[in-house]
Design a protein around this ligand. Structure first.
Ligand code: IDP
Ligand code: MG
Length: 132
């Protein structure tokens, strides 16, 4: 099924100059970046993006990290875009992420794990509507 998903390169990914590398991995996987914005989040937007994690012990650290610099938000489209993007990014904890995945290749910690991608079609719709 053709789907649209939401992807965000976090500030550590931008600082490590991985924007072009990540976009080329997405395109080589046969998916398309159909919209893209580079911006600095405000706290309210960051908290809404991560609202499902409110109250968890890592919530403050996560929000502070995504506020620490510029991010790139994208709409990625293609067949099975939601699950295929999750495969491309790899496991949340880079120590457990396979080599060849974005996190497995570039991430240094669970907080600084380079990239976000929506975990379901429903999350994708909600997250896209926050930015586009
Ligand atoms: P995901 O990004 O792979 O979907 P989620 O469980 O949705 O992972 O968590 C959102 C983000 O919160 C993660 O990408 C990571 O940056 C951070 N996070 C998740 N679990 C932990 C944790 O146990 N410690 C520190 N940060 C975490
Ligand atoms: Mg998630």
């Amino acid at each position: 099924m053709n789907e649209r998903t939401f992807v965000m390169i976090k500030p550590d990914g931008v600082r490590k100059r991985l924007i072009d590398e990540i976009i080329s991995r997405i395109e080589r996987a046969g998916l398309s970046v159909v919209a893209k914005r580079r911006l600095i989040l405000d706290r309210g937007l960051a908290e809404r993006l991560y609202s499902v994690h409110q109250g968890k012990p890592f919530f403050e650290r996560l929000v502070d990290h995504v506020l620490s610099g510029e991010v790139v938000v994208m709409i990625v489209e293609g067949e099975q875009a939601v699950s295929r993007m999750r495969e491309l990014i790899g496991a949340t904890d880079p120590a457990k992420a396979a080599k060849g995945t974005i996190r497995g290749d570039f991430a240094t910690s669970v907080t600084e794990n380079i990239i976000h991608a929506a975990d379901s079609l429903e999350s994708a719709r909600r997250e896209i509507s926050l930015f586009f």
